[in-house]
Design a protein around this ligand. Sequence first.
Ligand code: XMP
Length: 513
Amino acid sequence: MILILDYGSQYSKLIARRIRECKVYCEILPGDAKLEEIKAHKPLALILSGGPSSVYDEDAPKCPKEIFDLDIPVLGICYGLQLMMHQLGGEVVNFSKQEYGKTELAIDDRSDLFAGITENITVWMSHGDSVVKLPEGFQKMAHSDNTPYAAVSNQARRLYGVQFHPEVVHTQQGIDVIRNFVYNISGIAPTWNMKSFVDESIEEIRSTVGKDQVLLGLSGGVDSTTVAVLLHKAIGDQLVCVFIDQGFMRKDEARKIVELFNQSFKIRLIHVDASKRFFEEVKGVIDPEEKRKKIGHEFVRTFEAEAKKLQGEIPFLAQGTLYPDVIESAMSGSGVSKNAHKIKTHHNVGGLPEKMNFKVIEPLRKLFKDEVRLMGLELGVPEAIVFRQPFPGPGIAIRVIGEVTPERVRIVQEADDIVMAEIKKAGLYRKVWQAFAVLLPIRSVGVMGDKRTYLHTIALRIVTSEDAMTANWAHIPYDVLGNISTRIINEIPEVNRVVYDITSKPPSTIEWE
Ligand code: XMP
């Protein structure tokens, strides 16, 4: 594997993505990880990421100096380069000429790191400090107008550093630079693939779990379904899934999930229809945060009650935690997201066991979302689940603005069903991040068949996004919007008006509550 030491760069996860695209396994550790921990991973190469610090900051994160003597290749990127230079006796200064954004790079040495790269490329820079003096044994490989040492190396010791960011798409041939480092300099073969990862995971699960049973909370999304199928492959009937139907799923979705698990996969499934209790719980609740909290608490209560019935019998609880969450919590010591302002209380199947007496296993903890999808496909999870759009934990309840009643949930389910069908028909389902309907707590006047109506309004929310942190309202063709509107009005008698939400995130959020 390749280890990435993270110094707080917003691009560290992207470096990991790129290495895995090279079909080489990698993991991220905090930048100040101890030498023993680094060595314990037995990395074949190291990458030091960028970061917001200056090497002269009092609390600047530092790597153990000994990593440069491990006789494995090291690539420092941005702050990683500066750190390497500083630790090995070079000089880094705060330059008046900072470089941000696209910059022309002239390559002086095209032997190994830049083999096959054109002489001049556009690269992505983002730095205030610069290297002005190289440590002994290092030489220049590339420069830009403002940065004399934009890439450097000590080829004998296989130590490399670049001031620019090869991992971002704005850097021309950036992926080729990374490939040169991985394949040519580090001599690592592109052998990591999903099939081998699945096989390894199955072995690991078997040896961890032995003959014991494992409990899994199932939501119907790609993560928990993939965990279920993986575990089932590894331990068969030792897996028990609990699916709590809150009554806030999409139309027919609960039935489809139960069918899939019982019939196609033959996985032991406890289906808890708790919808009555959830509707009772949210009765009269208007405030969105209160609604989320009530649903979240009821979910935990229901899950705990089910788990209690099985406790003693079942020592393990499986969760669909993904790598970005693992990185986030591992790095939160270094300040990431520590002070983030709470916008909404998210509720998921994850985060449950704090009070419960389970040993937790997280088979997806090393994977990115798109890798989970690959795993799902590898395991035969239907495409409809693998590529399912994100769906909030509290479900449709947060798409019914105002009071949640069975009747109002049904209206959104019907409208949502039409949105899904039309978006799929137009070939847009996988092009947009999410598409859904929201029921507004107002009525307005209309006219239908010469009669005055006074009925509900549905808002359509369709957005594009990379990661849900930001989103743009989708420029859906008018005829698709028109079809959705016509069908909703014709097929749902309680609705006489459809509007399209044309705000992005920020300032809005994707969900309305
Ligand atoms: P917002 O509305 O905050 O949503 O812009 C961002 C993304 O998160 C989804 N979402 C949730 N996902 N549990 C989840 O697993 C939740 O409680 C939850 N609330 C919102 C939302 O659908 C969007 O994709």
